[in-house]
Write a protein that binds this ligand. Structure first.
Ligand code: AMP
Length: 542
């Protein structure tokens, strides 16, 4: 016997319809490439996303065809999120920080038919357009009179002229909720990038889950600043959650430096901001140097890499901002776990609560996880035993785009490539990426632990721990650091700082000072490049 309830497909168009009908005057604020701060609302975003849909119809872009963006976080990008997916095309968000050759490879692999780009990226488009035969239209996201001239880019129109030619009346099509909605390639450190193809259903379930109190805790009372890029896993799903709950959205555009972010938080009354640790480091650096405080921000979601304990303490102790440490990946839409305390943990003392908060957190309902040993046997949830972390759920990848024959799953579970512990309360803690773990004399050393201690030293700006070959121990850790401007610390002082904070055998063998640590396209440390840079390095005494 089937249930007797209405069966509406879970479609992205329903999000923008809801936001327009129930939160129409809700503000959407964007710092723009043009240099100003632009104000709009959900009603206007909805209207213009219908114009996007009409423009794609007029262009003859077919159902499920890919429409790409190379863009910062902003209202035009938001309109494309709804206009492209809502009308049944696939929104393909491209990462502008990739090498042009890689970008062209991805555009060709996805067979993008239209590419919309912020004018910051005109030189990038000029460099790749000739290598992208599938692209029939290039849309510069600017006013008609600002269309870049003499670029050699064929079939180039301005976004505003493209939209102005279209009516705002449009009926969103209804189709199977399992239809593809958006596409994001993983930054993969080896081999070619791999496409993760989300569906309307996975996106909506993820949006429901993401807004829950123990996840991102979003509501119509919030003003949310996603610093996490809309080209990286759909800004962690925040644009969809925001439409569902009707919160105010504040977009940073290209200005990600500490001063710009701080000013936007204060001027727009931001209550919650989301980003990777490297961005928050710039914000905190600016605030500390200028003696500033937050007046409205109460919480921040930090994920993408491990949140260093020193950062968590600064947010909590100095600024009264609750840190929601979150873990996920492109293949998971991305939400997997978020760290929020359970009722009984509220009674812990400060140190006890901090110990919990430093973990990556509990599985959001909809995600199931387990840790296994190399034979695939499930390991206990004791907070000590670590193993390979596997996940499954309705917004987790089944297989990669155009790789139907090759399932990445193991007995229905997706291997994340992360190594983790899970405690008796279900709090997961990432010890490492499996390829970054340092194997010393048969024991594993967590590179994250080594980095976190260095980052707690007042002179250290950034730290990366990597394993170096050792004739006796296989590998020994070294820590590569950059220093904060105007500070000093010697190798011996930093090594002494580890005493008592970590087991003796886990203390790095050496410190290497560098001017900068290479960061990847999504702000994560690139240990592959670092290893390459240090290929002639030898451990002391080896
Ligand atoms: P991406 O798909 O590029 O977002 O990368 C996903 C990977 O980032 C995960 O598999 C983890 O290795 C890492 N990651 C994400 N969030 C965290 C976190 N909170 N702590 C540690 N690593 C993280």
């Amino acid at each position: 016997m089937l249930g007797l309830m209405q069966n509406h497909p879970l479609l992205i168009s329903s999000l923008i319809e809801h936001a327009e009908r129930h939160h129409g005057d809700g503000a959407i604020v964007s710092r723009r490439v043009e240099g100003d701060v632009h104000h709009t609302d959900w009603t206007t975003v909805a209207k213009r996303s219908r114009q996007v849909a009409n423009a794609l119809d007029a262009q003859g872009v077919g159902f499920s065809d890919r429409v790409a963006t190379i863009a910062w976080n902003g209202y035009r990008h938001l309109e494309l999120y709804f206009g492209v997916s809502g009308s049944g095309r696939v929104l393909h968000t491209l990462n502008p920080r990739l090498h042009p050759q890689q970008l062209a490879w991805i555009i060709n692999h996805a067979e993008d038919s239209v590419v919309c780009f912020d004018t910051t990226f005109t030189p990038l488009v000029a460099a790749v357009h000739a290598k992208c035969p599938t692209v029939k239209l290039w849309v510069a996201m600017c006013d008609a009179d600002k269309l870049p001239a003499d670029t050699g880019i064929p079939n180039l129109v301005s976004y505003e002229a493209w939209l102005a030619a279209q009516p705002s009346a449009y009926t969103w099509p209804q189709f199977d909720e399992n239809t593809a909605s958006s596409l994001c390639y993983t930054s993969g450190t080896t081999g070619n990038p791999k496409g993760v193809l989300y569906s309307h259903r996975s996106t909506l379930l993820h949006a429901y889950a993401g807004a829950m109190p123990d996840a991102l805790n979003l509501s119509a009372r919030d003003a949310v600043l996603p610093v996490v890029p809309m080209f990286h896993v759909n800004a962690w799903g925040i644009p969809y959650c925001a439409a569902a709950v009707g919160c105010k959205l504040v977009f940073p555009g290209p200005a990600m430096d500490g001063k710009s972010i701080y000013e936007l938080i204060e001027s727009e009354g931001v209550t919650m901001a989301a980003g990777v640790p490297t961005v928050w480091q710039m914000l905190l650096g600016h605030m500390q140097a200028s003696g500033l405080k937050f007046s409205t921000m109460t919480r921040t979601v930090i994920g993408g890499s491990a949140c260093p304990p020193a950062m968590l303490h600064t947010f909590h102790d100095t600024y009264g901002v609750e840190v929601l440490h979150a873990w996920g990946m492109t293949e998971m839409s991305p939400l997997g776990t978020v760290c929020t305390l359970k009722n009984k943990q509220l009674a812990f003392d400060d140190a006890g609560r901090m110990r919990v908060r430093l973990k990556q957190g509990r599985a959001v309902y909809g995600v199931d996880m387990k840790i296994v040993n190399p034979d695939g046997q499930e390991l206990p949830w004791d907070g000590k035993t670590y193993g390979d972390l596997l996940v499954r759920g309705s917004w987790i990848i089944d297989h990669y785009f155009k790789a139907e024959g090759a399932s990445p799953l193991v007995d229905g579970w997706f291997p994340t490539g992360d190594v983790a512990t899970i405690d008796a309360e279900g709090f997961m803690q990432i010890t490492d990426r499996s390829k970054d773990v340092i194997k010393s004399g048969g024991e594993w050393i967590s590179s994250i632990d080594v980095e976190n201690i260095a980052m707690a030293h007042p002179a250290v700006a950034m730290a990366a721990c990597i394993g170096m070959p050792h004739p006796k121990w296989d590998e020994r850790p070294i820590v590569v650091v950059t220093l904060k401007p105007g500070t000093e610390v010697t190798r011996e002082e930093l090594l002494a700082f580890y005493e008592g904070r970590i087991a003796k055998w886990q203390i790095p063998d050496d410190v290497v000072f560098v001017p900068a640590i290479p960061l990847g396209a999504t702000g994560k440390m690139q240990k592959m490049s670092l290893r390459e840079q240090l290929k002639d390095y030898r451990l002391p005494g080896v």
